[in-house]
Every structure is written in C-alpha cells, then in structure tokens.
Write a protein that binds this ligand. Sequence first.
Ligand code: GLN
Length: 485
Amino acid sequence: MHQHTLSELSGLLAGGEVSSVELTRHFLDRVASLDPSLNAFITVTADQALAAAVEADRRRSAGEAGPLTGVPIAHKDIFCTAGVKTSCGSRMLDSFVSPYDATVVERLDAAGVVCLGKTNMDEFAMGSSNETSWYGPVRNPWDLERVPGGSSGGSAAAVSARLAPAATGTDTGGSIRQPAALVGITGLKPTYGRVSRYGMIAFASSLDQAGTLTRSAEDAALLLTAMAGHDPRDSTCVDVPVPDYAAGLSGDLTGLRVGLVREFLDDGLDGDNRKAIEAAASVLQDLGAELVEVSLPNLGLSVPTYYVVAPAECSSNLSRFDGVRFGHRCEDPRDLLDLYERSRSEGFGAEVKRRILTGTYVLSAGYYDAYYLKAQKVRQLIAADFREAFGRADVLLGPTTPTPAFRLGEKTDNPVTMYLNDIYTIGANLAGLPGMSVPCGFVNDLPVGLHLIADHFDEGRLLNTAHAFQQATGWHRRAPEGAFA
Ligand code: GLN
C-alpha cells in the first residue's frame, strides 16, 4: 500500500479499493514502528487523523470527494495547525499550540487531506542537514548515518521512507529541493507569491515559500493545485489564476528549450554527480527538448548575498520571540532585561543565534550600506542574470546539490562548508523563481537530484518537464531497501 504514489492512492480511493480509514491506519502503523529510527516526526496526530479519515470516507460515500479527499499527508512543523503543537523545530515554541491554521493547512484540509502529524525540521528552518532541530537530527532512510538534508528534512525522510505519501515543506534557500535530492524524492518550490505565507512561521519573508515533497511530479501537481492561489491575508501572495496543474501534464517536451547552466556544471560539481546530470539532459533531448547553453555569471555571489539578506530578515522576524509576546519564558527573571536575555538564550539554539547576530550586525547603522544594501544590489544582478537566461531557455537545468548526502556531524563544526551546500538552490530564491528537484540517479548508492528552474509562475512547464523525465526514467520509483521497503 505504501509503495503507491499519492495519485495512485487517490485512484484507489476513488475506485473504492481502499478506504481512507484503512490507508490512514496503515501509515500511522508505519510511523509508529519505523519513525523511531528516523526521527522524522515531532508530533503524530493519530486521533485527529482517524477522525479526518472517517469524515473523508463519509464525504466520499456522499459523492462529495475530490482527488485529495482521504489521502494522508504530513505537514512541516513550520505551518500553524489549530489545536496542535507548532514548534518550528525550536525549544522557543516547544509549548506553542497555534490558535489558527496556516492558509496551506486550511486549503489542504478543505480538499480533504488527512494530516498524520507534524514533521521535524531545522530550527526555524535554518540549516541544510536537519541537525539544528531542538528535537534532534533526522536520519536519511538510505543510510541512517547520513543527513536527509534540511531544513524540511523530516518531511523528506518521511516521504522517502514511505511513512507518508507526501508532505509539505518550505524553501527559503533550498530547504525543499536540497532534502528532496538527498533522499531521492521530488521537491517543488513554487514562485515567490504563488502560495500564501499566512500562518507559516517567518524566517526570511522575502525568500520563504511553501511547497511540496512528493514521490512524483504528478503528485506535486495535485497538491500545488489545492495549495496555490491568492490570499488576502498575505500581501505578497499574487492574484494569478491557478491552473489545474495535474491536467496540464502532457508529457510532451517538443520544442522545449532547456538551458544548461555553465556555472552549475563547472569544477565545483563532483564528477559522478555531473555524469548523472548530463545523462538527464540527454534524456530530455531524446524527448524532444532542445539543449542550449546559458550562463548565470553572478551565481557565485548568491551564497554570500543570501547569508546577508536571510539573517537580516530573520533577526527582525525573530524579535517577536522574547518570552513576553511569544515563546519560551525563563524561570524567575530578576527584571525585564534578564527575562529577555535568558528567555532568548535558553529558547534559541546556536545556529539561530548566529543568524540573529549576523543579521543585527549587517543592519546596524555603521554597516547597513556596506553589507545589507550591497547584498540587495547584488540580488538584483542575480535576478537580472536569470531574466537574461530565460530569454534563451524555458527551463534551466543543473544539479540540486554538489554531493550526495553527507554524514551526520560532518559539517556541523564549520558553518561556511554547510552554507556552501546551498550554492545551486539559493539563486532561485533570491530571484523568486520556481524550482524542482527530481531523482536522476545514484552516486555511491545514494540518490542525487536533477535541479530544474523555470520563469516566474511557469510551474506548469516545470512540472511537465519533470513529469516527462519521470515517465521516461523511473528513478523516482526507487525506494530505500531494508527496513523501509
Ligand atoms: N540551508 C539554507 C539555510 O540554512 C536554506 C534554508 C531554507 O531554505 N529554509 O538558510
């Protein structure tokens, strides 16, 4: 049962071959027996899930079901869920029970999904390995000694290990695409403004975007259709019509111009990884696409730019967690200053503190022009590079990550090596573009991801490219063996 994709499960539910209650029980049982070795979930909402499944089955027998009615999914613990703990991977919010639902949660609930629980993540979505979570690291189902990537590592590991058919995630600098690549699944980060950020705990507001972690592009299309669309509660959520993305998957790539990004395929890329990407490009060519070479000359500046802009925004967004308005409060404060200091010192972990310090520094009066303003200017240059590239190509292609999954603890001592891991993904966030990672092979028995980027609001074309690739290759069907089979 758990080997089926979301779309296949949707078909089985529609055909009456399985009920939502049966499916939900099956996945809850898998979570109970297998998650202890992964740590992918922070909260499992078994009772609510079964109640939602009963309601989904009722809706179906009343003839009111849609394609997502009754399918189980999991939410990254960054999305507010009414009545359920929403921790954002932090001690700061360990006791926070949200009074309301995020728009993403509300829309998926309205479509009838069953939420199995909330998944582990890097603290406040800051990380590339899921090792900064207050709830401990998540493990990669392909090799338990390795990281699943981050920050949506819990969602990624859960989907890869077939503990949930699909999950939500967020991507500020790669946090959907990078973990998707490292665990061999499909990750979609939509255009900035395609999906509402309301109720999604803010990290860097000009970069954050909600998306999906699934087993196929078809599944991502189904979920995006339900999640996307204008929301008056998020002023950056754009009022652009939402197509039926699943219906748009023709699989036809005739005439598609695929841009091979020179800077994506240079010496920084590990040799075997490069072979997998080049093989993927040939598959697209065989399917009728035309390969063209493009360049993003300022790509090398994306990591330093991001690590000024994102901390700056985070230092402002996280100021609300002061033990008074929101978050953990220390015991017996001496006075107000002591309350602020100790609550924040105890509530935040080391990486979050590093970002708040960096962000406060680059925004301070003497350094604002030198760092923050400069970074904003470079951000414009990077966005201009992408605009130019989209004059020549419809979809850009490269690797998602420089290497396959690394070992737990391998990069925790050196934040810069950890940050460099985001080199290929961050550009799309700085430019607000939609991107995907799809499985495209293995290096040393570990999955690697093909990275595709499209122009603003061109998710339809992006998904169709990924779908055609998956129809032709089947890499996305490979599952970790052993305990998770
Ligand atoms: N790895 C990046 C960071 O640590 C991206 C995180 C994200 O996309 N949320 O900030």
